[in-house]
Design a protein around this ligand. Structure first.
Ligand code: GLN
Length: 483
């Protein structure tokens, strides 16, 4: 039951074997039973049940229903929800009640999907372990001493634990893919601009991307098809008709060329993770895909470029939290300057403060050319690497993360070690490409491994199809952690 797909739940709903209210109640009960995971910042039972009742009434009235109608899910707490507190994992926004819904929220509500609450995350989506949340770390359902990954750790944990069949997430440098890999589920990061950022709290605007975490590629496709599409309220939203990816699943893989990027198996990647990744690739090969060794020469510079560009943009985006208009306001400031500095010192956690400092430094007049401008040039080289590679292959593959889920506290005292966890994910964001993390089995420590597939811009359908074909012949994505 807890691993049921969206399609299976929709079929049950259609024939009256269950109701939206029953599904919402079950999800809420499971969330309650698994409170120890700390995967939610808040649960909204009343709102969920009210939404579910509406869906049930619509169905009873004979209205045409969307495949997501009555399906319970959860939103990462980075998406603005009208009238419902949206914290972004920060003390700064502890009491922020948005006056409007994010586009992703609007679209899923319109389909009749039932949100049961808001999931835990690293503060302002900055982190790779969820330990930077002002509301405590979320826990990986595969091991209570393990991180679920970040920043969408609560979403990944909630799906992996079977609380909800899918959850929304955002990915600026890996925040959908890495937690999906650590928790043994599927995570889709769409092409930059494919899903509107309207109402999604900004971290690094040229990299931020909304997407979905679910058990399977099929479920990711159903949700993606509902949230993608042009939105004039996001100036970077792409005005280009989106094909329904759900219809594209089931294409044979014969002739598909998959570039296996040498750099993605480099230093830091555990042997076991590499072995599982190769084994998953062999499954694709057995279906007719052709594996081709490729090289992405600038990949080694991705972390350095990302950790200049992302903080630079963050330092600008987070300037709005001044304690004046909304967000946390210090109560003991005696001057305007003090109001700013105290509100920000009290409202932001240490990693967010570090990013603001790094970003401000990289953008300052004396250092702009040496850091920010140079990082932008490296970003171009990285994008060109992908363009070059996609001249001869259809997809690019490697392990999503260099290791399985690490221990709570293992890297939280060492920022550089934490950043290194993103070694295989950040380049995709720098280039604006779509990518997916698909379960690829389990390492010797019993923890899940994720295979990352990367596609050219707008080729989400190709990506989802390859992932789906893998999931047709393997059952790694259906494994459940021992409760
Ligand atoms: N771990 C990366 C960071 O801390 C990516 C986070 C994300 O994708 N939001 O910036």
């Amino acid at each position: 039951m807890s691993t049921a797909s969206i399609a299976a739940l929709a079929a049950d709903l259609a024939v009256g074997r269950t109701s939206a209210v029953q599904l919402a109640e079950q999800s809420l009960q499971r969330a309650d039973a698994q409170r120890a995971l700390n995967s939610f910042i808040r649960l909204d039972a009343d709102a969920a049940l009210a939404a579910a009742r509406t869906v049930d009434a619509d169905r009873a009235a004979g209205r045409e229903m969307h495949p997501l109608a009555g399906i319970p899910f959860a939103h990462k707490d980075i998406f603005c929800t009208k009238g419902i507190t949206t914290t972004c994992g920060s003390r700064m926004l502890q009491h922020f009640v948005p006056p409007y819904d994010a586009l992703v929220v609007e679209r899923l509500a319109r389909a009749g999907a039932v949100s049961i609450g808001k999931t835990n995350m690293d503060e302002f989506a900055m982190g790779s372990s969820n330990e930077n949340s002002a509301y405590g770390a979320a826990i990986n359902p595969w091991g209570s001493a393990r991180v679920p990954g970040g920043s969408s750790g609560g979403s990944a944990a909630a799906v992996a634990a079977g609380i909800v069949p899918f959850a929304t997430g955002t990915d600026t440098g890996g925040s959908i893919r890495q937690p999906a890999a650590f928790c043994g589920i599927t995570g889709l990061k769409p092409t930059y601009g494919r899903v509107s950022r309207y109402g999604m709290i900004a971290y690094a605007s040229s990299l931020d991307c909304a997407g979905v975490l679910a058990r399977s590629a099929t479920d990711c496709a159903t949700v993606f098809d509902q949230i993608t599409g042009f939105d004039p309220r996001d100036s970077t939203s792409v005005d280009r008709p989106a094909d329904r990816t759900a219809d594209a699943l089931g294409q044979p893989l014969a002739g598909l060329r998959i570039g296996v990027a040498r750099e993605y198996f480099g230093g830091g990647v555990h042997d076991d993770v590499a072995a599982r990744t190769h084994a998953a690739l062999r499954e694709l090969e057995m279906q007719g895909a052709q594996l081709v060794d490729i090289t992405l020469p600038s990949a080694h510079h991705a972390i350095a470029a990302y950790y200049v560009i992302a903080p630079a943009e963050a330092s600008s985006n987070l300037a709005r939290y001044d304690g004046v208009r909304y967000g946390h306001r210090s109560m003991d400031a005696r001057s305007l300057d003090e109001l700013y500095s105290r509100s920000r010192a009290e409202g932001f956690g240490s990693e967010v403060q570090r990013r603001i400092l790094v970003g401000t430094y990289a953008l300052s007049a004396g250092y702009y050319d040496a850091y920010y401008l140079r990082a932008q040039k490296v970003r171009r080289l990285i994008a060109n690497d992908f363009l070059g590679a996609f001249g001869s292959v259809d997809l690019i593959a490697g392990p999503t993360a260099p290791t399985t889920a690490f221990r709570l506290g293992e890297k939280s005292g060492d920022a550089l070690a934490m950043y290194a966890a993103d070694v295989n994910t950040v380049a995709v964001n720098l280039a604006g490409l779509p990518a997916i993390s698909v379960p690829a089995g389990f390492a010797a420590d019993g923890l899940p491994v994720g295979l990352q597939l990367i596609a050219p811009a707008f080729a989400e359908a190709r990506l989802l199809n390859a992932a789906h074909q893998l999931q047709r012949v393997t059952d790694w994505h259906l494994q459940e952690p021992a409760a």
